[in-house]
Write a protein that binds this ligand. Sequence first.
Ligand SMILES: [Zn+2]
Length: 580
Amino acid sequence: MNPDAPAPRREAGDILVDLGRLTERQLELVRHRQRRLSTSQHRAIVDLGYASEEEAARALAQAQGLDFVDLAGREFSREELEVVPLKVVLHFRTLPLGTDAEAIVLAFGDPPRQADLNNLRMLLNRRVKVVLTTPSAIQAVIKSRFGLGAETVERLRGDRTTDDDASPDVVFDVPTVPSDAAVEATIADFVDQVVGDAIRQRATDIHLEPYYSAIRLRYRVDGVLQPIPVPPGLRDLHAAIVSRLKIMAGLNIAERRLPQDGRISLKTETEDYDLRVSVIPTKHGEAICLRVLGRHSLLLELSQLGMDPGQEAIMRELTGLPQGLVLLTGPTGSGKTTTLYAALAHANDEGRKIITIEDPVEYQLEGVSQIQVHDDIGLSFSQGLRSVLRHDPDVVLIGEIRDAETAEIAVRASLTGHLVLSTLHTNDSISSVARLLEMRVEPFLVASSLVCSIAQRLAQHLCPHCRQPDPDLPEPTRTEMAAALDLAPEQVCTFIAPGCPQCGQRGYRGRLAIYEFFPISDTIADLIVPAVKTGTLRQAARAEGWRSLREMGWIKVQEGSIAVSEQRRLTHRLRRTTTV
Ligand SMILES: [Zn+2]
């Protein structure tokens, strides 16, 4: 070996192999993943679960001859962080750990490239000493110190906090202490910032909850609550923020002991929004929930729901039928209402009289009479339905068929010149027949009224911007998918999404519905007799091309719309309760 040649560059994996923490075979898999996802080696090691983030970071530091620092429990003062501009912190994902005459110590989760180091040296006009920590430690400090609205809060606190002993709640109490216009304007800015940020992230709800020493801000995006980092100082401004929102919603700002509900209308450049505001008193102040209702986004087109072309064609046909019963099934939160509204909107185009009975009325539809169920005053689904039928509507939407009485009227209506849409609590599409029979509807009435039963689930849509084929698809999954889709194993393809700015690093963006359609053909109608087995119906449906939710899910996996884990989550219960 040439003694002048530089020593081969060592990597985190080599160190872990030396330590006996990683086998050569595992290192090969790590390198494979590294190449396929163009990620760094220490991240690949962590992703594959071969070492903890800290072990990998320590190994990397050793390989590169750098110091490792543990940031756990370390407090960063404002002066300390202000040594480098905020944009440097955010762009290079680095934190200053101190300075001396010659150099500034910067901590990184991923070692900076030489070009970055040169840039930093120029920007900071100082030598830079690099130390390593874990990427999540950097992320945690950035979130806690520079969360949403950090600048606004810093500015306000800087302006207003003069006396350390003063209770912040009094200092910032807008309703009782007449405050100067500047503070109000800044609070208003902050509120706009939060609402704007939530809408950009497509949040459906904004939750703001005060605790003893902190405020929790969360958005619900695609059905999942996301914690939003806020600067620690925000707690002091909570009362002022609540007052601002109350004023916007036309609520009584002096009333703080009773819950209040209101509404805020909001205009952005592209869309109008309604915010439904609910304020409830809690031990540490008033908690606020804002429900974001986009006025236009509610009217979904049938083509936007996630149906395959065959299903969509059936749906269009169903909404044009003069009579019959169409049922949607699925657990709460599976998007049944959205599908029903899209169907109604389509039926509405045909200029027919539409009445709904709902509990609650979730969205307001133009040109549709909507009735709210009030069980406490005797207006139940069945009662409401009786009255509705006297108005002779063409289309009736019943929020849910919960009891025998409602089932009976719904079936009768659907046989006497009304198209009836409703939902039923069953797991799959075919079981709705058994469910109706359980509710003592005569088999021949089920056979003649039911035209289609549709099961649905809502799945998280993989982010189209960062999804990529998964190089590590386990063999059993490949075999299972190949069988379900009738493909050769090597044709099977699945996707993962590691996260990117477009999806807020979540890997998911939006949701899509997965449908199982069970149209009642004449052959199937003939099979609906007392004590008919669901298995018998399934067999007949299969012969006519019926595809289960599970199969539809695998199709969505193969086309890159959903992750394997999501498919498993959605069909977990199904697999145990039915054999498909
Ligand atoms: Zn993404």
